[in-house]
Design a protein around this ligand. Structure first.
Ligand SMILES: [Fe+2]
Ligand SMILES: [Fe+2]
Length: 256
């Protein structure tokens, strides 16, 4: 295995990578791509890395080193750092627009990684995950699943630029407004109970008597306007991992 941990650290100090992250941040604020009022820059990349490697750790703990091989896992450390690197690079193609950005990010990442000492097999794994992260392609291995999961988990209020810049509030869509109620997202595989749990923690304040209505409204809007936020994680947990799945909001199970 190459020194993937060292390469992950080098990328985070690399000017070319910073340049892309900066460009995406600027693009997000111009309103040229209104959907980009959701952050696709450095903070998003870092959060996706954190969620996605958490998913890798959960899977290794739940299935164990032997059983996990059935998901085309390559080893805990290798999967962990391949996923982290893929997360840093998964949206770089957005420098040229949102459309087809997964495929563009994949090609850019392949070329970019040539400057580090990464084997061609490792580049193929990292680039493969980047190319399928949008959720439309088939998951082939654990790294693909982890990146896709991490990306879909980044739907908290800190993802939305309007949370930091109130002048953007009138410009954001109804789905973005609803998602801004979510303060945290967790995923865990419960070893004792034998099932996976995806948990959204909603804003605690105001949590008045209409809180259940707020939850219902959030789900209605998500299911109608961006079902991927629920469909993709449930597909990964249920179909790919073959584990029963519960969806929970503020510790209360919800049927979707
Ligand atoms: Fe993306
Ligand atoms: Fe993303």
């Amino acid at each position: 295995m190459s020194d993937l941990c060292g390469i992950y650290e080098k990328i985070m100090m690399d000017e070319e990578w910073y340049g892309w992250m900066d460009q995406i941040k600027k693009l997000s604020k111009t309103g040229r791509y209104p959907e980009l009022y959701a952050d696709h820059g450095m903070r998003h990349a870092m959060r996706v890395a954190e969620y996605a490697v958490g998913f890798i750790d959960e899977c290794y703990q739940y299935f164990g080193e032997d059983e996990i091989k059935k998901f085309h896992a390559f080893g805990h450390e290798e999967d962990f750092y391949s996923t982290a690197i893929a997360a840093l690079l998964h949206d770089i193609g957005i420098v040229d627009g949102r459309e087809n950005h997964a495929e563009r990010s994949k090609e850019m990442a392949k070329k970019y990684l040539e400057k580090y000492e990464v084997s061609s097999d490792e580049i193929a794994i990292i680039a493969g995950a980047i190319g399928c992260h949008s959720g439309d392609d088939r998951i082939v291995n654990l790294v693909d699943a982890a990146l896709m999961m991490g990306d879909k988990m980044d739907i908290t209020r800190s993802r939305f630029l309007a949370f930091y810049d109130e002048s953007l509030l009138p410009k954001i869509s109804s789905i973005q407004r609803e998602l801004m109620r979510i303060v945290r997202v967790n995923f865990f595989l419960d070893v004792g109970l034998g099932h996976g749990i995806l948990e959204w923690g909603m804003m605690k304040e105001p949590k008045g008597p209409d809180f259940n209505d707020q939850v219902k409204h959030l789900l209605d809007v998500v299911v109608k306007e961006w079902p991927k936020a629920i469909d993709v994680p449930s597909m990964i947990i249920n179909e790919f991992l073959g584990v029963e799945f519960s969806f929970v909001i503020d510790e209360a199970p919800v049927d979707v």
